[in-house]
Design a protein around this ligand. Structure first.
Ligand SMILES: C[S@@+](CC[C@H](N)C(=O)[O-])C[C@H]1O[C@@H](n2cnc3c(N)ncnc32)[C@H](O)[C@@H]1O
Length: 275
């Protein structure tokens, strides 16, 4: 594992790809220029007084989210391993590394965000791995992780349950899952079965649902399925997870409960028609 990112990570803002070793010596104006050269940031990260996304439409994001969920993680992570799926510029990876996590691996499909993440982690002297990898390939990452973060990504996926079933395979401890929600905020008392002629449930706004976005939502064509609360909770349980905490309306902490049947994962059984 790389233990000296400063000397090995190239500065993506530089034409001649100089190492980031000199980053700690830049002044605030130079740092701001380097931050801006990395493109628009979705994560607002404090780099020694320089904010990477000071005008975020959601405010100080995701710090406002982190404040609500940070208590679900131990204050000292004691070397726990972390996989951050859809890590963006690495806000959560950084926060958990700063709490004493051991191996932290952030994956994302967007090289701009990965460059931002490497820049921020290097500036903060944090040894975090960032790799280009889609959520649909996480099952090819070796081993399992004590904490897997699946935050702000589910509703961006055309195949959300495929992704969830793959992510579940990487969880040895807890999955921290967050999604945009729309519709009812109420949990629905799910029954084991519904009669064929029971059509009333489908007019109940609390019934588990995911709204399909055909074109675009919030000017974003990658918003595909936006669940209501009971839809999100139902899909988590259906993936074999047990919900153990719900620290804020959009976030759930889950642990594997029945992710395998007869030693086989739900994903593998579904794909070979034996589920
Ligand atoms: C709304 S941001 C959420 C970022 C961060 N996880 C958070 O909660 O603040 C969605 C992130 O998912 C990434 N993403 C989109 N599709 C992905 C995919 N198929 N696999 C992995 N990451 C993906 C995007 O590039 C973006 O960084």
């Amino acid at each position: 594992m790389n233990t000296n990112l400063q000397n090995t990570v190239s500065d993506p803002t530089s034409d001649d790809a100089q190492p980031l070793a000199s980053l700690q010596h830049v002044n605030a104006i130079e740092l701001t220029q380097k931050v801006e050269a990395l493109g628009d940031w979705f994560h607002n990260i404090d780099l020694d007084g320089v904010s990477t996304a000071p005008n975020h439409f959601l405010g100080d994001y995701p710090n406002i989210k982190w404040k609500q969920i940070s208590s679900v993680f131990p204050a000292d992570l004691k070397g726990a391993s972390v996989l951050d799926v859809g890590c963006n510029a690495g806000f959560y990876s950084i926060a958990l590394k700063q709490r004493g996590a051991g191996r932290v691996l952030g994956v994302d499909v967007d090289t701009r965000y990965l460059d931002q993440a490497r820049f921020a982690a290097s500036f903060l002297h944090l040894d975090i791995e960032f790799q280009k990898c889609t959520v649909y390939e996480v099952d090819s990452i070796a081993g399992q992780f004590d904490y897997v973060l699946f935050m702000g990504l589910f509703y961006h996926l055309r195949y959300p349950l495929l992704a969830l079933d793959k992510v579940v395979k990487k969880v040895s401890g807890q999955l921290v899952f967050q999604t945009m929600l729309r519709g009812s905020k109420h949990a629905y008392p799910v029954k084991p079965n519904y009669d064929f002629w029971n059509k009333k449930i489908f007019t109940d706004p609390d019934f588990p649902a995911a709204y399909f976005i055909e074109n675009s939502y919030s000017n974003d064509q990658t918003n595909w399925f936006i669940p209501n609360r009971s839809g999100a909770e139902g899909m988590l349980r259906s993936a074999g997870l047990q919900i153990v905490a719900h620290p804020e309306p959009e976030t759930w902490v889950c642990e594997p409960k029945s992710v395998q049947r007869d030693g086989r994962y739900i994903l593998d059984m579904e794909l070979d028609g034996t589920l």
